[in-house]
Design a protein around this ligand. Structure first.
Ligand SMILES: Cc1cc2nc3c(=O)[nH]c(=O)nc-3n(C[C@H](O)[C@H](O)[C@H](O)COP(=O)(O)OP(=O)(O)OC[C@H]3O[C@@H](n4cnc5c(N)ncnc54)[C@H](O)[C@@H]3O)c2cc1C
Length: 434
């Protein structure tokens, strides 16, 4: 049977695309559940995401669309950066007096105000940090933290992801060193979060909305995609075959490309050069801890395995257990050949606990339960070649009539609001074509 339109991948890109399209669609999803990176998992009654998915957007229309999907709570952020044995409020550059040590405060202030890099071109991530924030803020926090999350040298990374960060006004930094604080990054000061069920509740709601016009095939892993007599023919590893007049890709490029025939050699080498990080999400529930009620905590320290630790209790009563315990979510990125990539998920859990004990946040005997979840495609790496490689792959796909929408389908650092925005734009374009 020929369908009108097939969507490859049932993450939030595929689901929202189906929602905005005015035609019937068939969604093919490899996992047993839709949602992709916007899935949530339940352990001992607590829902957790692939890294807590806070909802915010610069696009008011998209924000209202997302908030209309499920009941959300508006929460004021309480993010911190761990530095020299204590916490400093986020964003780091707005709370410099909290460094505590006058020498460090003066180093940050002097290298910001008398910044030899200010008028230099910022053609990589590290150069951007030095130019925008000066040496002190870069060396204390931005450089080590970014090295840790990307497992990649920031001087070999593009500026795509960071170039929208505003240059802090001189007066804010001067005030910040004198203990007069401005909040900074106001567009994220408040965020929304589903009252219950985690970010997955957005996907559940989308799924309900598209019930009448879309068929979702779960446990359906795309293996081969070809065009014959003007129709797309998609085969799956389960042995099924789907046909359609149109097809949109919302699954990772690294999954799509091996499904295609006769891909030019230069496109094959471009996709092989596009790098990405995977992530372990580690849940640790403890009877008690020494961290007060913060949400996301950043750890630039090289000897601590996680780059971010999140206290899920902060998200509201539906994310707490009635026994008064605290549940933490630690994030550990890795890529083949990088630090920690040889550790098994269970070894990662052990190391997370050991590091939390070392930091004196918890006592090992207070750990009540743990869980670990691993995602292969977590972060795209914008290295200095990625723009060129991405262009080669996406132009080729466009030339054979495949449009893409989504974080790994476009190979862009997109949050879920931007993914929905891209899917909406693409759907509007396709809705115009009869
Ligand atoms: C650690 C972390 C924290 C984040 N925090 C936030 C946040 O706070 N706020 C926010 O808005 N966003 C956040 N994001 C980003 C957000 O998760 C993504 O932007 C969004 O989920 C991407 O959706 P997608 O549909 O494009 O891709 P995906 O979710 O990756 O969906 C792709 C789908 O394709 C399917 N697929 C793969 N291969 C095949 C195949 N062969 N056949 C069929 N199907 C296949 C997958 O199973 C998956 O369901 C975060 C991401 C990470 C990793």
């Amino acid at each position: 049977m020929t369908n009108k339109l097939i969507i490859l991948g049932g993450g939030i890109a595929g689901l929202s695309l189906a929602c905005f399209l005015n035609k019937k669609t068939v969604i093919l999803e490899a996992q047993e559940e839709v949602g992709g990176l916007c899935r949530s998992f339940n352990t001992h009654g607590i829902y957790y995401d692939v890294g807590p998915h806070i909802i915010f957007s610069k696009n008011e229309e998209i924000l209202q669309f997302i908030r209309g999907l499920t009941e959300t709570e508006k929460i004021r952020r309480s993010n911190q950066i761990y530095y020299n044995g204590h916490f400093i409020k986020y964003p780091f550059e707005n709370f410099l007096a909290q460094l505590g040590n006058q020498k460090d405060i003066q180093y940050c202030l002097n290298t910001f105000l008398n910044n030899p890099y200010r008028n230099m071109p910022a053609d990589n991530m590290l150069a951007f940090f030095l130019k925008t924030f000066g040496e002190g803020i870069t060396r204390f926090y931005l450089q080590p933290y970014n090295e840790k999350i990307w497992k990649f040298d920031p001087s070999m990374m593009d500026t795509q992801m960071v170039e929208r960060i505003p240059q802090p006004p001189d007066q804010h930094i001067i005030d910040s060193c004198a203990g007069k604080f401005n909040e900074g990054y106001l567009h994220q000061l408040h965020f929304h979060y589903p009252k219950s069920g985690g970010v997955m509740s957005l996907c559940d709601a989308l799924r309900k909305r598209i019930r009448d016009k879309s068929t979702i095939h779960l446990n359906t892993r795309v293996k081969k995609v070809r065009k014959s007599e003007g129709k797309w023919i998609v085969s799956t590893i389960q042995g099924e075959e789907f046909q359609a007049d149109q097809m949109i890709n919302c699954m990772p490029l690294h999954e799509l490309m091996p499904c295609l025939e006769n891909v030019p050699i230069e496109v094959q080498s471009a996709i092989a050069d596009l790098k990405y990080n995977s992530i372990h999400i580690v849940i640790i529930n403890v009877k008690k801890d020494t961290i007060s009620d913060h949400f996301s905590m950043m750890f630039p320290q090289r000897d601590i395995i996680f780059h971010r630790l999140n206290r899920l209790n902060f998200l509201g009563e539906n994310y707490c257990l009635s026994d008064g315990s605290a549940t933490f979510l630690a994030e550990v990125t890795f890529r083949k050949g990088t630090k920690y990539s040889d550790l098994s998920p269970q070894e990662v859990v052990k190391q997370v606990i050991n590091d939390m004990v070392k930091l004196e946040f918890i006592d090992k005997k207070d750990v009540q339960f743990t869980e670990v979840h691993t995602e292969k495609y977590a972060y795209v790496i914008d290295d200095l070649e990625s723009k060129k490689n991405k262009k080669s792959v996406l132009s080729y796909l466009q030339s054979i009539g495949i449009e893409c929408s989504g974080r790994f389908a476009e190979f862009q650092y997109l949050n879920s609001d931007q993914v929905i925005e891209h899917s909406k734009k693409l759907a509007e374009k396709m809705n115009m074509v009869v």
